[in-house]
Every structure is written in C-alpha cells, then in structure tokens.
Design a protein around this ligand. Structure first.
Ligand SMILES: [Mn+2]
Length: 275
C-alpha cells in the first residue's frame, strides 16, 4: 500500500489518469488524497467526481472553494462562473449521488498513521491559519462539516459568501464562525500583519510588493509549525516541496502542471497540462 497526494485537479481527469498510470497506482491497495477543487475549469469535472467517488475508501479529498461553489450552483443559490465547465455534472443522471458524496467530504483530513517510513499529515485546501493548533483547526472543520451534513446545509451555502469576518476571534458564533472557518480553509493565501485574512491577492509572494501581507505559512508563531501540512489552492506558488510542508497546486488549468507525490518516499510525478 502506498499513499499518493495530488494537487487541485479542477477537472483535469485525463492528466490525473496519466499520473496514476505513471505511478502504477492500484485502487485496491493504494490511497489517493487530493487537496480539493476536484472540479471547475478543466475539461472533465464530471469524470473526476465519478472517479473519486468510485475509489470509495481508497479516495480522500477535502473541500475546496470550487467544490463548495458547485454545491451552491447546483441548488440555484449562485450562478456558474463563466469559465467553469460544470454543466455536465448538473445534467448528469447521477448528479444527486455525486453532489451528495461531495457535500459529505471533509474540510480537513488528519492522517495520524505514523510508522517507520512515514509520519502523519494534515490536509486542507488552502491551509491552516497560524493561530490554530491542529486540534483547534479540526474542531472548527468538524463544526462546519456537521452543518453541511445536516438539513441546514442550504442555509450555510446561502450565507457563506462574504469576506467577513476576516479576523479570528474565539467569540465568533453562528454564521460568522462558519464563514471564517470556510474562508480560512478554502480561500486563504495572504494574511495582513495584524492577522486578517486577505482575499484579494493571488500573486506569488516574490511578486507581491505589499509589505503589509505575509503568506499564511510564513506568519510568525504558526501553531502548526511542527506538523506536516499539505495544501493546494495557490497556483502562483508553483508548488512547495519541503519535508513537512507540501503545496501541491501547480496550476494545471493555468498552463501549468498537475503534481502528485508518493508520501512514503517523496517521489514526485508531474505532468504538464494542455491549456
Ligand atoms: Mn481553490
């Protein structure tokens, strides 16, 4: 058994299949973990969803901002974004099964398995805000997931669209607490020096000239500094590959590539994607 980690697929199903073939991925024995955003701008979001769902216990993903947006579009709460290719999902005979499966995916995965060859890891789509320990982050994720799994999920999808509150406080309650949590896990890139989520800047840190902004992972006193964090979402980073820190979005829908890493030995598999 091996664990494979792959960045934001965004419907690049053919590229995913090539990577899995390159790695001789065995769906009966191996496990595939995805950093979220299964769907959106790539050519085949429907096949990507079906593939992940059919992997059963061998497939794992966290929810990304595009996944949540698909759920909102499917319920008529939001309109599809112009460049999203999700019509095939909405028209599919198995759409309800796929959307139900997607809605039940977590915001955070904590794989606590540790053995001689590998340590545990945490995956979220965008990252973990510096003030949260893994335990606190997990609790916030589980609180939002409980709403997503309940009759109140429509209320949550209707009310999650706002950049506020941008600042964490343990006194946040109700929709403000849920919204902060969703934004942190699925949309975060930079923080301001005072710790607010900045939702505007998508540049890579070396091209960003605003001295008031710092990447979430470079913030002082990050509580998860000793954990292994795996995330996606930030294509402009072009991938970060450190021992306990993996940014796997390498922009497959932006003329970049799709990246997969075998967890046990760090072997990288990378495929340039057609624009
Ligand atoms: Mn994203």
């Amino acid at each position: 058994m091996a664990i494979y980690l792959v960045g934001d697929i965004q419907g690049c199903y053919d590229s995913l299949c090539v990577l899995l073939d390159m790695a001789a991925f065995n769906p009966q024995h191996d496990h595939l973990y995805v950093t979220g955003d299964l769907v959106a701008r790539g050519p085949d979001s429907l096949a990507t969803l079906r593939f992940m769902q059919e992997l059963g216990e061998h497939g794992h993903t966290v929810l990304g901002n595009h996944d949540l947006h698909l759920l909102a579009v499917a319920k008529g709460i939001m309109r599809p974004k112009a460049r999203d290719k999700i019509r095939a999902i909405l028209d599919a005979p198995d759409r309800e099964k796929l959307l139900q499966w997607l809605r039940h995916q977590p915001l955070l995965i904590h794989n606590e398995t540790k053995n001689e060859t590998a340590s545990g890891f945490v995956i979220t789509h965008a990252g973990i805000p510096p003030h949260w320990t893994v335990r606190e982050a997990k609790q916030s994720a589980r609180d939002v997931e409980a709403i997503l799994h309940s009759d109140r999920y429509l209320w949550l999808l209707q009310n999650m669209y706002s950049d506020e509150p941008s600042m964490w406080s343990s006194s946040l309650e109700g929709i403000e607490y849920y919204r902060y949590t969703i934004n942190a896990f699925t949309r975060m890139r930079f923080l301001t020096m005072s710790g607010n989520l900045d939702m505007a800047c998508k540049l890579s840190p070396d091209k960003m000239s605003d001295e008031n902004l710092v990447p979430w992972f470079a913030a002082k006193r990050r509580e998860t500094i000793k954990e292994t964090i795996i995330f996606g979402h930030w294509a402009a980073l072009g991938g970060i590959f450190q021992n306990n820190f993996l940014g796997l979005d390498t922009g497959c829908v932006w003329g970049g590539s799709l990246t997969m890493v075998r967890w046990e030995d760090g072997q990288k598999f990378n495929l340039s994607c057609p624009v």
